[in-house]
Every structure is written in C-alpha cells, then in structure tokens.
Design a protein around this ligand. Structure first.
Ligand code: URP
Ligand code: ZN
Ligand code: ZN
Length: 472
C-alpha cells in the first residue's frame, strides 16, 4: 500500500515546510516538494491512497512515554486495558506509548516483563514499548537490568515514595544508579519524600482532614523539591543519567535546571495536568469531586504559580518533554474507595487521548512554537527513550506514524465528546480547545480518519528500544 499525504505543512522538531509525504508500506519513503513529482513522474497518480492535507499540519505521531494501562495499583487496576487505552491514544494522535512493567517486592523483573508482553500482545492498536518499575532492588534485580536492556527495556523507574509498595531507600537507589552508570540505562525517578508524606498523611487523617483536597496538602512541594535534589545528588555521585517523571513543583524544576546547568545528564518531564489543573480548583472541588484529580505528584497551587512555571520551563528546555502519566480509574468502584479517607483514593488521572490537543494550546497562546510542540510531544520522547529515527520524525526510513492535524479545527473534550478512554468521567470535562486530530497513520495504516476509528487491536507492535540517545 502506497499513501501520499499532499499539500500539508510538514512539521518536524527542526523546522517546517510545505511538502508531500510518501509512505510505502509501513515506512516513510520520501518527503517531496509540493506537487509530488519524482524525476518527472506524477507520484499521486501511482499511489493507492491520497490524503489531502491542504491547510493542515503533518506531524510525526505522538509518543506518550509514560502510561499505565491495566496497572494493578492502589488496591485496584487502572481502568484502561492495552486495547482501550491504545485505541484512545490513537484517537488523540498518539501512535506510540511506553508503558511500565511492574515489579512488586518479591517479583522477578524478567518474569514480569513476560507477563506484560502477554497483556499487550494482540491488544494494542498502536506501537508500544516498556520501561521497568523496580521496587525490590537487590542483586537479582540488578542482574535483570542487563537482560531487560537486551530485550529493549532500557529505562527503569524507581520510587522515593509509597513505602511497602514501591519505595526504594537511598542505598537501593544508589545501587541501581551504579548499575545504570555501567550499562547505559536511564533511571526514571518518582521524586517525592515518602517518609515525610506518610507522617503528614497520618496527621491529617487523625485531625479529621479526610477530603481529597488533603491529598495535595500532605504531598507539599518541599517533599518534591527535596527528593528531586536527593535524586540528582545520587545521580551525580554515580554518573547515572536521571529522568525525573511527572514534575509538578516549580522548585523541583529549579533543581533540574540547576543540575543541567552544571552539565549533568538530568532530564525532566511534566504532564498536562500540571500545566492546566490546580489544587484549589480541582483537588479542592466540593464534596468528593476532587478525587477525580488525585494523582502523585499532586496538582499544585495556582496561587503559587506552578502551572505558569511549567509552561515556561517547557519553552526554555528546563523540562524536556510532556507525557501523560495516564493512569485512569473510574469514580464508581475505584476512586470512591477513598470516600472518608483520601489516602485510599487510587492515584492517577487519564489523559492519553488529549495530550496532543492540550499541548497544541501552547502554540495557540504563543508559549510554544509549532516545532517545540512536536519536539516535546514526539521527537524528544523518541530520542530520550531510544526510538528516534524510527519514531519522532517525518523523514525517509522512519515508520509511517503520521498525524494530519487541523489548526482550524476544534475539539470538545469530555465524556461523550472526544472521550474514548475507559473512564466514567473525564479529568478534562468541558475543555474546548483549538485544533483537531483529523487523520492518524500507524506504520502506514490509517487508524483514525474523519471521526472514525479504523484501526484494530493487535496492529500495534512491540518497540525494542535502544539506549537513550541523549548520552554520548
Ligand atoms: O498518580 C500517579 N502518578 N499514578 C501512577 C503511578 C505513578 O506514580 O506514576
Ligand atoms: Zn510516579
Ligand atoms: Zn506514572
């Protein structure tokens, strides 16, 4: 099957221009002058399908490098399966996810990887890779890192919070980082001081402060800043690269920026919820409503200016990319487990479908250039996690993962509107945004077009990732 996308403005992280994109089978074959002639040959007349992209942007498929499909967590499981979650991702212009294999204490990471491969195989509508969560750092887990890297799992997430579930102490973090410094793995860090949070949570509950709002106040920015600083110090000590996930506090950004200024291989991601939503308006919603927005790190105070600071940090490259940390739970039967005790609300928000649209608003407001939008949503995730060349760029030889995006379109977000995630509410209900994902191709197959899902479970293929491309 040969497809020609004609008349659009092709946008890569490095620049934009009017061009036609020829996809042959699963791969981009050529980026052509508009009008598509090749050595005097009319290309459009010799392809199977022509997609008219006049007036639209033609961008690399989005890469969401932080999702949790079907994740067992908080006494339940994330409500999107690999099937529903990747379908929703495709609707929103994301053509690759990197999800997390979980090692709970006592489990073998390699066995867990096999388990997660079984869950994803035959289910995904788009391509997928895996990071590995390590929550039991001991000799066998460190040995497993080498085995997993050979399988294309080249990044490992550690937690400084969730004692008894995920938390690694400083010595365990040090050991994992020492290993990463020798095998080239990227260490991803959930940077919150878990000991401090546990005491604050206990004190809040004892004082009768049980509403969702107190999830935010018991995970203060100081706990995020301190843990971010400690993680950076350990990375510096060991020489491991460090990627701080779901950064929400401006003080944590400052730690990352200072480390980068010192020349350290330290990187940071934020998520749409930290750009838009707040402690006061969302976690602080009346009654139990705030449970919809319980996630960790928590939403921060708008009065303190964290949200504006995240946009700024994306512009200045103090933060390098945006993932969703998609970890959806329904209100009914899941979030409501925390009625009367906020600490029992499963932590997570669902956004995999909306990341490209929500970040495009940065282009609309002038906070981001078109190229920076593509860079933080598509190209940097590919480079950070060893996929660039195949993914994250429209160029000959790349996978035919392409989105035709209409800047004059409009997207209404919410349940029953553009919501295809397996959730009974939307964290983004009522958001009306400029721009629209018109057509999505995954390895040359049209999976979304004209408001119709044309993909299928099982089309998505495992992406065996290389080491991060940000290190020499
Ligand atoms: O609240 C969150 N972030 N849930 C998913 C697990 C994690 O820490 O990323
Ligand atoms: Zn986390
Ligand atoms: Zn996460």
């Amino acid at each position: 099957m040969k497809t020609l996308i004609t008349g659009g403005t092709v946008v890569n992280a490095t620049g934009r221009g009017l061009a036609d994109v020829l996809i042959d089978g699963e791969t981009v074959a050529a980026v052509l002058e508009p009008g598509s002639t090749l050595l005097g040959f009319d290309v459009a007349a010799h392809v199977d399908r022509v997609i008219d992209a006049r007036g639209k942007y033609v961008i690399p498929g989005g890469i969401d490098a932080h999702t949790h499909m079907e994740m067992p967590f908080g006494g339940t499981s994330a409500s999107d399966t690999f099937e529903t979650g990747t379908r929703a991702a495709a609707w929103g212009g994301t053509t690759t996810i990197v999800d997390f294999v979980v090692q709970y204490p006592g489990e073998n990471p390699v066995d867990q990887f096999a388990l997660w491969q079984d869950k994803a195989a035959g289910s995904c509508a788009i391509d997928y890779g895996f990071h590995q969560i390590l929550s039991d750092v001991q000799d066998s887990s460190l040995d497993a890192m080498d085995e997993l890297i050979a399988e294309g799992v080249t990044s490992f997430k550690l937690f400084m919070a969730y004692r008894g579930v995920f938390l690694s102490d400083d010595g365990q973090i040090l050991r994992a980082m020492q290993k990463a410094a020798t095998n080239g793995a990227m260490v991803m860090m959930h940077a919150e001081n878990g000991s401090v949070i546990d005491v604050l949570v206990r004190q809040a509950l004892e004082a009768g402060d049980t509403a969702p709002y107190f999830h935010g106040t018991t995970r203060p920015w100081q706990a995020e800043e301190e843990a971010t600083h400690r993680a950076i110090m350990l990375a510096d000590l060991t020489g491991a690269p460090l990627y701080v996930v779901h950064v929400s506090a401006k003080q944590a950004v400052a730690q990352i920026a200072a480390a980068r200024d010192r020349g350290l291989n330290v990187f940071g991601e934020t998520c749409p919820q930290y750009l838009y939503l707040s402690l006061e308006e969302h976690l602080g919603a009346p009654g139990f409503e705030g449970a919809k927005w319980v996630c960790s790190t928590p939403l921060r105070s708008r009065a303190e200016g964290h949200q504006d600071h995240m946009w700024r940090a994306l512009r200045t490259n103090d933060l390098q990319l945006v993932s969703t940390d998609h970890c959806p739970f329904c209100m009914k039967g899941q979030k409501e487990m925390g009625l009367g005790d906020f600490s029992k609300i499963p932590n997570g928000i669902g956004s995999v479908e909306h990341r490209m649209d929500l970040l495009y608003q940065g282009v609309v407001t002038g906070d981001l250039t078109l190229e920076r939008w593509v860079e933080i949503c598509c190209t940097t995730p590919a480079r950070m996690f060893g996929m660039y060349g195949r993914k994250g760029v429209i160029a000959p030889g790349a996978d035919g993962d392409v989105v035709v995006y209409d800047p004059n379109g409009h997207t209404s977000i919410g349940v029953g509107k553009t919501h295809h995630m397996a959730m009974d509410y939307s964290a983004w209900e009522g958001f009306e945004v400029d721009g629209h994902v018109d057509t999505v191709l995954s390895r040359g197959e049209v999976v979304v077009d004209g408001g119709e899902f044309l993909g299928r479970a099982g089309h998505g293929r495992y992406v065996r990732r290389d080491l991060t491309q940000y290190l020499v």
